[in-house]
Design a protein around this ligand. Structure first.
Ligand code: NAP
Length: 312
């Protein structure tokens, strides 16, 4: 396994991380049970994965705790809780309770990275002024080691939250939406995380658009209609068909993970799945060399300026 130092946390972790949320939630979203989910956690460890991301909202914390039973010291865990929904904000006392609940569900005495989940630009001042002091108390008590935040990439496709957060710089780790359809973090996020030595966790490498050809066509069609992608540069019926001509002919999913893995500033590439075969293939993809230069040039020419989609 290749490892990376997670920014100023100093934690040395695998470049491939297991994402326990997304559309699969370790299979729980597709009718699988907690034992299937825990088996996937153990399978990830056996593949050399040492970073596992979950959240109270995913319903997978117990599965992570079960999968790590007897193997807790093999993994760095991140979990998350939101700062509120709509106009309703979480109080510091509630947040302290969320930390304790996550510790119990994960069956651990410490969370390595605790993230404010899907933080919005509007929530940031409250999170920074009111919730951070509470999280720092939990940190001083040894319940959490490092504090960070994830952006709401599904709507914040241009990284407004991270622009704000990285300027104020309270977080040791940030979770960033980045993929070959919307590489805008390359200019807007990674230069700042690298300058400030903030750890980065990459989400949305594949999602729906890069794992379902019909969804890809739909998203690219929308980008062409909005003028963000030049119709003359892409085959609207098979937008990534040119991969077939590249050496080794990477599949779209493989290309999507390799694209993220070798981006300067991208540290841990999360892969979310409920399928053990997908997990093994995705970890292998993340460990492969960079995509050929001509493929990267095509992708830059087609999608280089896109900042309006997440790939959902
Ligand atoms: N705001 C936030 O904080 C936030 C938001 C989103 C995600 N996240 C985190 O980021 C992690 C990664 O995001 P994600 O789960 O959406 O992961 P992802 O790796 O971008 O995409 C996963 C999707 O692709 C499919 N897939 C994976 N491997 C495949 C393969 N080899 N062939 C075909 N389809 C494949 C999965 O379905 P199968 O189950 O069939 O493999 C799943 O639907 C999440 O798990 C979560 O931990 C955080």
């Amino acid at each position: 396994m290749q490892t990376v130092r997670l920014g100023r946390t100093g934690l040395e972790v695998s470049v491939a991380g297991l994402g326990c949320g997304g559309h699969s939630r370790l299979g729980l979203a597709k009718g699988k049970d907690i034992h299937h989910a825990a088996d996937l956690v153990r399978a990830a460890l056996d593949l050399g994965v040492t970073f596992i991301d979950t959240a109270r909202a995913y319903g997978t914390e117990e599965a992570v705790g079960l999968g790590l039973r007897g193997r807790r010291d093999e993994a760095v865990i991140s979990t998350k809780a939101g700062a509120g929904r709509g106009g309703e904000l979480v109080t510091p006392k509630q947040m302290a309770g969320y930390v304790d609940e996550s510790l119990a569900k994960l069956a651990t005495d410490h969370i390595d990275v605790f993230l404010l989940h899907g933080l919005t630009p509007a929530q940031f001042p409250y999170a920074n002024d009111v919730l951070m002091p509470e999280l720092r108390r939990a940190q001083a008590a040894g319940k959490i080691r490092f504090i960070g935040a994830s952006e709401q990439f599904g709507v914040d496709t241009g990284h407004a939250l991270l622009g704000q957060a990285l300027a104020a710089d309270p977080f040791d780790v940030v979770m960033v939406g980045f993929n070959l359809l919307n590489p805008s973090a390359r200019r807007r996020v990674f230069p700042k995380t690298q300058e400030k030595d903030v750890g980065t966790l990459i989400m949305f490498a594949v999602r729906e658009a890069l794992s379902h050809p019909d969804e890809l066509k739909k998203v690219v069609g929308e980008l062409i209609a909005r003028g963000e992608v030049d119709a003359a540069k892409v085959d609207a019926d098979d937008p990534l068909g040119f991969l077939a001509a590249a050496p080794g002919a990477p599949s779209v999913v493989e290309a999507a993970y390799r694209f993220c893995r070798h981006e300067p500033g991208a540290q841990v590439i999360l892969t979310g799945t409920g399928d053990a075969e997908h997990l093994a293939a995705n970890v292998a993809a993340i460990l492969k060399p960079p995509l050929p230069a001509e493929v990267l040039e095509w992708l830059e020419a087609i999608f280089g300026k896109v900042d309006s989609v997440s790939g959902n």
